[in-house]
Design a protein around this ligand. Structure first.
Ligand code: HEC
Ligand code: HEC
Length: 625
């Protein structure tokens, strides 16, 4: 009885969440006749590897075999009569914005991500360090959130390292509904159980049917507990949360909830600072990453993220404290693919993942004369914060590249602009300033670097209100250290895997201005995705669209960004994420204020008003970067 109530609660909760998030159906999308991956310096092999390499996560709370055998939530009579399609149906998954290459199909025997969308990875024999349960896990990897796509005149252009146009929370919610329905319907459930067992046998499992059935029941028990915890977190989360929807996620708050939530219930906070998935070419060489320029070391960033998307992790004090499933070797390989092997300042180019070039054959020719006029305006109004274009010698000068604590390599020094000057939505930049976590009793202490340009350190201890950044920074550092020691990684190799950089953290209350290479392919803009096009970035905030819709994949090559309003060509706004970004109904977290070019002075005004022609010239120039 308790179980039934539990499952009902899950369905109700999940249903309310989805109606808020996606509505009942799927966004209609522009028709695709052809797909193209742009040349960004990766071989085909590199790309496929990056798309499906495991970072050791079990983001989806069920084994691989469950995931591929599960049916979609019931829709209409067909579903009730048992004719529902599989959850992994490519059309279904692409309705959440995931990129599915339909030429690759899941075979009946393989334990691999083959046939699953870009960014889905399988971890065979995943061993949960807390429960010690071992199973084939399925989770997200970098490419799931960092692969972009857009469609123009029938051509779907894919961008490695670009912002994903996905709605991850809607997918997770539908998965919970599908699981709950499966549990409630006895006939469906028995069929499902048999299918899962058959799949194990086809995959060459040496276990007997009886053993596999017992394993299935164990998984189901673990899942029920997971759902119960999830309901508590879900309810706490909904109150005060801001819809993330397509193209956005409150990664920072979610990491805190996932890593520290199970340790103490007070550590779960609303997700109220959603950000647009950032593009990740060149970022390996920034001295600070994250929108708020808070993290320095690539391995800390990457391992922290994999914990955020549910790598297995043990935090309780004891000999296994900080044991995890994080695949540090793979994380390093991913980072090298992004960064390239050469020191960019020496090579005078980025040799890893390159920014995509505007494809003139698809999106139309760039007007060189107009772009030249834009170039002069850029030097006047933009390069002071965003640096000159990367094909200019000046970009590679010592003015922009500095060593860190005597390192051989140099790193691009990002300019950070304080909140009161840039005037954009303050939610994300305030998370690390305000949030603390209760980690009392975790018995964790150590020191972290607080200033990369000196040897200053900050001591961290486990208290009832340890600053979140320090708690996370030290936890991740310990998890990485545990891995290094367990695997006898020599000290010099550890340095290399840590990106030769110390684990410095800061919370500057600012946003970073980055070089704008490849910016044309990265809409929506600003850290929270509240501005739809490059053109809109250059109009006074009061004249920007006050409501935009995210999730439509049609591209606008004139204003440069996604088609996101009816005025710009959306035929229907149904099933897209509606964002009210200014006016009395706009929520904090979604505001499109600041970064203004306007007459007068004031918070958020960073340059003079620009005419329509000047804006168009600037946009033309931005296409060339
Ligand atoms: C679940 C989605 C998700 C996954 C998976 C993910 N990221 Fe991210 N990533 C984000 C979001 C959202 C941010 C922005 C966070 C912020 O600044 O608040 C981000 C930030 C970054 C940044 C900083 C970019 C900048 O502009 O400063 C880098 C670099 C990065 N991710 C690389 C990776 C790598 C490498 C992986 C895999 C090892 C990965 N990400 C996996 C969502 C994801
Ligand atoms: C005073 C410094 C400053 C100046 C001058 C400046 N920017 Fe920015 N820019 C920033 C900062 C900081 C951000 C990040 C703000 C945020 O995300 O909230 C940003 C963000 C952007 C973005 C969005 C990037 C993304 O990933 O979404 C674009 C596009 C952009 N700027 C273009 C320009 C152009 C074009 C000019 C000149 C006409 C310009 N900026 C002038 C500081 C500046």
């Amino acid at each position: 009885m308790k179980k039934i109530i539990l499952l009902f609660a899950a369905v109700i909760l999940a249903t309310t969440m989805t109606t808020v998030v996606v509505g009942a159906g799927m966004p209609s999308q522009p028709e695709v006749k052809k797909t193209v991956w742009l040349d960004q310096g990766w071989s085909d092999y590199d790309r496929k590897w990056f798309h499906h390499a495991s970072q050791g996560t079990a983001t989806f709370p069920i084994p691989f075999e469950w995931f591929v055998e599960l049916q979609q939530p019931i829709k209409g009579l067909g579903g009730i009569l048992g004719a529902s399609k599989k959850f992994i149906d490519p059309e279904y998954l692409s309705s959440f914005g995931f990129i599915v290459d339909t030429d690759e199909k899941i075979s009946r025997t393989e334990v691999s991500a083959n046939g699953l969308p870009v960014g889905f990875a399988v971890t065979p024999n995943f061993r949960d360090p807390i429960t010690e349960r071992e199973y084939n896990a399925i989770g997200l990897t970098c490419a799931g959130c960092h692969t972009g796509q857009m469609t123009y005149q029938g051509t779907n252009i894919r961008i490695d390292g670009g912002p994903a146009v996905t709605d991850v929370t809607a997918l997770a919610t539908k998965l919970i509904i599908a699981l709950a329905e499966n549990g409630l319907d006895p006939i469906r459930h028995v069929e499902f159980k048999n299918a899962v067992i058959r799949r194990h046998l086809n995959q060459g499992s040496t276990k007997t049917r009886r053993e596999l059935a017992a394993e299935f029941n164990q998984t189901r028990a673990a899942l029920e507990k997971y759902l119960l915890d999830g309901i508590i977190i879900g309810i706490k989360n909904i109150k005060g949360s801001v819809t993330e929807g397509f193209t956005r996620l409150d990664a920072l708050n979610r990491i805190g909830n996932t890593v520290f939530g199970p340790y103490h219930k007070d550590n779960v906070v609303p997700t109220d600072a959603p950000v647009n998935y950032p593009h990740i070419w060149s970022t390996s060489w920034f001295n600070w990453v994250q929108y708020d320029a808070s993290i320095m070391q690539p391995m800390i960033r990457n391992a922290g993220e994999s914990m955020g998307v549910a790598a297995g992790l043990s935090l309780e004090p004891g000999t296994h404290q900080f044991d995890s499933t994080v695949d540090i070797e793979n994380l390093h390989r991913m980072e090298i693919l992004l960064a390239g092997e050469k020191d960019p300042q020496q090579a005078k180019e980025f040799t890893g993942l390159k920014a995509p070039k505007w494809p003139e054959e698809i999106l139309g020719e760039i007007d060189q004369k107009k772009a030249e006029a834009g170039s002069a305006l850029y030097a006047q109004h933009c390069s002071g914060c965003h640096a000159p274009a990367i094909d200019k010698a000046e970009f590679w000068s010592d003015k922009y590249w500095q060593p860190i604590q005597g390192s051989e390599e140099t790193y691009y020094v990002v300019k950070t602009v304080p909140l009161d000057k840039i005037g954009t939505d303050s939610a994300q930049a305030n998370v690390l300033i305000n949030r603390t976590v209760n980690i009392e009793g975790m018995d964790m202490s150590g020191s972290l670097c607080s200033d990369p340009y000196s040897t200053d350190k900050v001591d961290v201890t486990s208290t009832a209100n340890t600053p979140f950044a320090f708690a996370l920074g030290l936890t991740v550092q310990n998890v990485n250290q545990y891995y290094y020691e367990k695997n006898n990684i020599p000290a010099e190799r550890q340095e290399v895997m840590n990106g030769n950089r110390p684990n410095c953290l800061q919370a500057p209350g600012a946003y970073k201005a980055r070089p704008l290479n490849g910016i044309w392919a990265t809409g929506p803009f600003l850290h929270n995705g509240s501005v739809a096009s490059l053109y809109e970035m250059l109009v006074p905030a009061g004249q920007r669209n006050s409501t935009i819709y995210l999730g439509y994949r049609g591209f606008d090559p004139v204003k440069v960004g996604f088609v996101s309003t009816v005025a710009d060509g959306l035929s229907s706004t149904k099933h897209l994420t509606k964002l009210v970004v200014s006016g009395p109904k706009a929520k904090k977290g979604n505001l499109n204020s600041g970064h203004e070019f306007n007459d007068g002075e004031g918070p958020g005004i960073i340059g003079p008003a620009l005419s329509h022609d000047e804006r168009m010239q600037l946009v033309e120039y931005l296409k060339t970067l």
